[in-house]
Design a protein. Sequence first.
Lengths: 566, 610
Amino acid sequence: MAITLYNDKVARRRVPILLSVCCVFLIGLPLWWKATEVYRADLPADAIRAWAASKAVLRYPVDVYIEFPPSAGQSLEDNGQVVTALNEALAHARSNVEPAESSDAVGASLPVRFDVHARLLNPEAKPPAGAPVVRIRYDPDLIDRPWVHIRADQRLDLVVARPPAAATPSVIGPLTEVITRLYRAQERFANDRTSNGERPHPAARRAVRHTRDYQLTFSLFYEEASAAARTPDWDIEAALATHVRPFLRHVAPLFNFTLDSQVQAFSSLPIQPARDPRGTDSDTSARHTLRAGDLPHFINAQDWNLESTETTRPLLNFILYVPAPSRTPLEIVTADGHPLPSNAFLLPRWGGVCIWNRPPTGPPTISDTATITTASALDVAALHQPFVTFVTQLRNLLGVPDWSREVIQPLGQVFEVAVESRLAGSSLTTWEFQLLVAKRSTENVAEAATTLQSLLNLVDSIPNMVVLDRIESKVTRALDHLRRFEEELDGRRYVTAYAHAAEALSQAESAFFDPTMLALLYFPDNHKFGVYMPLFVPAFLPVLMAILKEVKRRRNLRAAAKTKAE
Amino acid sequence: MRSLHITTGLLLACTAPWVSGSRPFPETFDEQLLVHPLTADKILSHFDFQVRVPSPALGSSDDQHYRLFPRLIGQIIQKYEVEEFHLTFTQGHWDYERWGYPPEVSSAPSLELRTRLRDSPDLEERWQGFNNALSGLFCASINFIDETTTSEPRWSFQPAEELRSVLQQPTTPFPAISPALLPVTGANGTTPTVLRHSFLARENVCTENLTPWIKLLPCQAQAGLAGLLNSYRLYDTHFHSMGIHVTSVCPDARCIQRELQTRQTLTVVSDRHRVAYQPTALLASLFDRRLTGACPLARSSRVLVTVPETGGVRLDTDPTAWLPATSLPGHRVAEFDLYHLASQQPHPGTGIDLALTWPTVDSSLGLPAPVVPLTVHRQVAGHGLERGHLLVTITNRGDQPQTVTYLDTLPWYLNVYFHTLAFHTHSLEDATGGSGDLSPTAPVDMYLQTSLDHGRPSAMELKLVLAPRSRTTLTMDFDKAFLKYTEHPPDANRGLNVGSAILTALDLPAPVVSSCTYQRLLLRAGTSRTTDKHDEEKMVTACLTRLYTELFLVNLPTPDFSMPYNVIAFTCTVLAFFFGSMFNALIRGYTAVEVEGELKAGEPEAKKVD
């Protein structure tokens, strides 16, 4: 009992000391927290989520202009009524298919929907550049199905058998049918579906990753240098100017290209083509064949100089391969042994290869020797076929729609379809260009939205990551471009809208792939323990002991007071 | 432009192996190999592959067409706006006293990169990009080249004509630190350019660098002289230097249309005993490969073999031609045209070889000793980790005074005191050396750049006139700086390599076999058919010799790398101890306790109470 009396002074002092130590600790805690915190800029998370939430489907508005024949003897009001009725019919057709489409869209990142709106084209006015025009023609003699003529420009002729004097609405049925089918087919393509509705569309697997800039490298590879020494040069400038540049000019609003070419002698194949003796015509000449299974191994990545110093833009390779004289002709054959007429193949997302067989140099079988000398050199004429193939391959690699397969086939189920011959050529029609713009823009928007959401998820999942201000500004800019994409789309300025979509994607990606977007690795937890433990454990042990003793003392005091009271 | 192509093409058509072709072919490729007995048992082999192309033939900036010129190099220099670059990888040190001067002007030990870039605001970015691209291309650590290993010399790397005019300038008064003396202009005189010279003093050269180098050749290693490049043999040698030099040159005196030129050189010094030399198969014993013929794309494909006039070395294969007697002092030079040899083969495809017979295997030959008037050595002296002392010895054994430039780039962690720079000159004639002091050689001109900590190196460029038959010693003190914890290399206790100093001299007089002599020899062989005399004249007037000193290794104060954690743990313990003691002193009371009952002896009188 006497001992507690002695200690009263110390005990009274002890509580404030303990409290002040705890106070210092409590004041220090937020300071420490603040000092060791990583900087995280405030990302516009709500705006991103709101934007993503508001988009179940991406609506892509399209105005289709209806042009009535001027000689039909109808007033403008009549035609206006037809267009109004047509719009209702289109909306009806759309609502019929919509549930199926949306249920189908599960798993798609952001399905595209073409909102088709019909407009009346005044007879004097010219349609806006690039806008689709459906021109109605009357053919009283037509007894069969209605007839569709797709032109290389933006026009599409619909020939119906209505006599000019009959009632107007009879044209609405075929019009609705043709527009709905046309845009449903395009929608499927834009959503990476085949005409059977399967996903993904094989074209999507072939197409290279989409960016604004591409590098095209055209390589001439000789298997043997003796061949190269005979024709050391190829007329690449002329071939590019004749075949490739016209196509590139068409897609210039969407893509930038840099071109280069190279010639390499001694490019041996990593595979051995099968020797196939040609039985009948002559026993000396044999053809050498490659089957589909050999083609993936055709590229000798080790010895052929195909690398590029370009790091940012995707590289597309086009290889013209000239086999050695001892291995001429080298042919790609189908499963049943027939040579492929193009003698070329496409490597998905990588490039294209075309094999060029030197014409036989023996005694000329063709009377005109001049043809032989020109053909054994790689001049423009000799390069014609390979470069037509290369342009086709480039179209595939860039994901340019194959209009005849995608659109004409579904139309052909109902209508007689005629296609203007230029559609089949290497150039790009307005229809294809518009569909390409639509597909690429919607892809970009969908991808930008996904990237932004992934960025948010990334930031949320790694708390130990610095988020710099420049990330925030990039995200804001990406959102801004997405907003302006929609504005431009409402104004039907598709190419400008595409530019905004592409910019939104590039901003979002540069934010996501920013090198600073990494968890900090300098301070792993075990290092932190290594630093904090030697200080805090020895320092706080006495404090803890003192607190325990104080609690014990108080409890003893209380117990003593109780016994005293009893 | 097109008409120029045609004229060039017509000119080449006489010699080119292809005679047909729809268009003239403006690009040329020449390959040469020089085999030269250096000493009784050392054989020098020097490969020289050269591609020349009129620069507009590559097309515009975003549309380039390559035929013989390596596409990857073309893309790099186009993208990063590089006018000229020289990259050499070297293993081993060239023994100047015994071997004479090397055939290639640039043969710095380890890795040397010299780049001339167009000057523009984004220069740093382009330079870094260029280094990274080269690094990827050659599988080397070129991406580690940064401002700490790079200097911008004023004189040493000027083209030979300009260096001549610089060196022949009248003596200027001694400036303390001279500003930029020369307006650094581009090769075409209009666009300003920046010349950067970098060393990576610790780069190991290996097959992984050789393979991409070979891939740049038009025939790769499939045909021609490059077929001899057997990496097992090339790296099993005393000296191995591989380089690529991309320059733009004037093809004629008017210089209307410049030419891009890629020169790939490979210099090897092999030991005759080590390769088990067989007299009948010179190439097979040196490279263990068979030469099948010329590269079909090459305009010319030649092997030059030098035969010493004394010593009894005998050439048993009939050469295509003998070069003029004055080509290489003390030697006769035989020229073999591979196109010619291949056509003369009795059994095509068996391989071409030459027979060069040494008299006996072991006797030391009476080969002419190399005339080496200029030598330079650099050593570090001093002891301890704090201070050091630099000692450079430049010897001029010639009878003429020599004007040279000396460039020394020292990394920032060697804190050089330029005021301690001192010159001593001794005459070589006095054998005893005691009283042979000449008046010290003072630099005619100098350019000094102080280092920045953790940044640029110090650079010292001197213009010196070396007295005949003299030895000039240059000394300078330096302090060793502390490196930051993270700046140390992984094996910090090994020390840090410091790159060579460079002595550049204009062409040395005739009996000296210098790089110029070799260059002229290769060129003479190359131009003997094309009647293109201008190149030869240009080479005769513009040529220089460059000497590289030995590398040195500097030992810096190296910390114990576990120290930070030790310090943290120690400090924390002290703090915790202090806090604990103070805290205990505050919350515990020490009072005297009166103990009831008797007090036993030895028991403490005071007792701690809680």
